[in-house]
Ligand binder design. Sequence first.
Ligand code: BEZ
Length: 241
Amino acid sequence: MEILEEKEYAAMPRIGDLAPAFKAITTQGEINFPSDYKGNWVIFFSHPADFTPVCTSEFMTFASMEDKFEKANCKLVGLSVDGLYSHIAWLRTIQEKIKFKGMENIEVKFPLIEDISMEIAKKYGMIQPNEDTTKAVRAVFFIDPTGIIRAIIYYPLSLGRNFDELYRVLIGLKTSDEFDVATPADWVPGDHVIIPPAGSCGVAKGRMDGQEEGLDCKDWFFCTKELDKKTILEKVLRLES
Ligand code: BEZ
């Protein structure tokens, strides 16, 4: 297989960058991104094409979880290189006809961007020409309330995303911000969290001598502590009173 050289597709935003700005037409009207979302987390994601089965299963799953993301102060914004009328027709078909894994009559309420020129998709590195030159891959950008990209995940065309994992990533990022901790492999709320590494020999010694209460140190550089699920969820979710 011939591998295409990167030319006009080269620029890709990275973790820590400000999310590149754009104005777009969507199924929910015009948006200015990311400024319209200031103060909220956003998951900005692309899909290869309307009226395709994997994308349909993804949209049904994501739309059925929208309230859950909303409670975590996170808005969803989709994009494909299809036009607005294709988007509208596809979303209507999903709601009227498609049943999948117990889901039916699913209304996609979050905005779906039309990007026929591929301008936005290229800006975000969503067109990966050795996978496909005219369809966006399944990219996922987690953008924080100040407009900074905090995590990026890419999937190929053939693989549907795991939306529980996307939710876990969001809660993990928010937990790190709120509690100044890191989260270990396969972490879910309620598991031990990792505290920042010792920054001096004195702190390292103190931790190993048990001077910091509540820490479980496997070694000076690997200390965890309890952070209970209720405390996390009270901070990172909007809970009804
Ligand atoms: C799909 O969503 O089913 C799909 C889209 C593009 C290529 C392959 C599968």
